[in-house]
Design a protein around this ligand. Structure first.
Ligand SMILES: Cc1cc2nc3c(=O)[nH]c(=O)nc-3n(C[C@H](O)[C@H](O)[C@H](O)COP(=O)(O)OP(=O)(O)OC[C@H]3O[C@@H](n4cnc5c(N)ncnc54)[C@H](O)[C@@H]3O)c2cc1C
Length: 298
């Protein structure tokens, strides 16, 4: 019988529950490629049930306090094991300008499947799983987010844009954890928007898009556009962004830029949507997200 998502966990593994970051990274250093961290488990357990991953050591991050929580200290710093639900609540209740312009990340969290998944799933897990359909990645790309990666002996920080390498593959080494996601202080007069199209509410996207606009009077001072489920990794539409900067905003411009962004992507056909559908919808949702974000800058 082919392994499925409802299949029982087939192979045996050792389960470790460290309580400090040092212990967690020490276990990773000790077991290397045969180990896998687990945060909420909403991706990893599915992959283990389907026998796509068979780690000999599963290292739980749930009790490592240093990986939890959100802090505003110049940047907005989000611990990797912060749940999507907690992040959504924080973003929609605690933030003042200019961080109130992170609306798109709140929208991405809110559209994240079901309440059960939102409570289990973590922001770090969503990024480390490296799915092209990650809902949090497009907003974070538009905010120029940076990620902190830590091994037992070394810590490095990189732009999120360089973190994604291929489907299921990130810049993480086997002995490294993602510890934090940092969003720099957004420019004043900024706003953002996120739109996701999926077959049903509790599904990953067929296409999703996030935009961030910064205005200067009627002019677009700065722009970011990022999309999910349209390429091997979440991607920015850099040429479309450049065409926006310095322009007077209008509905016609949003329409044109939506089509421009759709030319920059390389979607595939799969069980969720055809390539042609993704290409068409990408243009529509980039346009709509631009209109929504601009309205929010008023
Ligand atoms: C029913 C269902 C619906 C879903 N809907 C959505 C959706 O709408 N949008 C969406 O984007 N995703 C969705 N997902 C996918 C999943 O829920 C998310 O990707 C989630 O954020 C993963 O987080 P997690 O904590 O559960 O990760 P885990 O499953 O614990 O880990 C995922 C991967 O990341 C690694 N990892 C986790 N944390 C770290 C860390 N700190 N450092 C290094 N490696 C780490 C793990 O080893 C594993 O390889 C859905 C999944 C299911 C089962």
């Amino acid at each position: 019988m082919l392994p499925t998502n409802t299949h029982i966990l087939f192979h045996e593994f050792d389960y470790h529950a460290p309580t400090t970051l040092y212990e967690a990274t020490e276990l990773l250093a000790q077991y290397g490629d045969s180990a896998r961290p687990i945060a909420g488990g909403t991706d990893l357990l599915v992959q283990m049930k389907m026998e796509r991953r068979q780690p000999a050591h599963v290292i739980s991050l749930a009790r490592v306090n240093a990986l939890q929580g959100i802090a505003l200290n110049g940047d907005l710093t989000i611990g990797a094991t912060t749940s999507i639900r907690d992040l959504h609540q924080y973003l929609t209740s605690k933030l003042q300008p200019p961080f109130a312009s992170l609306q798109s990340l709140g929208e991405a969290c809110n559209g994240f499947s079901t309440i059960q998944i939102m409570r289990m799933a973590t922001l770090g897990g969503n990024l480390c799983n490296a799915s092209p359909a990650s809902d949090s990645a497009p907003p974070l790309l538009t905010f120029d987010a940076r990620v902190t990666l830590k091994s037992k002996t070394f810590e490095r920080v990189m732009a999120l844009e360089h973190f994604f390498i291929a489907p299921g593959k990130t810049a993480l080494q086997a002995d490294e954890l993602l510890t934090h996601i940092r969003i720099p202080r957004p420019p004043h007069q900024s706003a953002s928007a996120f739109i996701k199209i999926a077959r049903v509410a509790a599904d990953i996207s067929q296409v999703c898009a996030a935009v961030r606009l910064t205005r200067d009077g009627n002019l677009i001072h700065d722009a970011r556009i990022a999309l999910g489920s349209v390429a091997p990794t979440p991607v920015r539409a850099a040429a479309a962004e450049r065409e926006l900067i310095g322009q007077t905003f209008s509905a016609a411009l949003a329409e044109k830029i939506g089509k421009r962004a759709a030319q920059e992507i390389q979607p595939i056909s799969d069980i969720r949507a055809t390539r042609a559908y993704r290409q068409h919808i990408a243009a529509v949702i980039v346009r709509d997200a631009l209109l929504r974000a601009w309205e929010r800058t008023q």
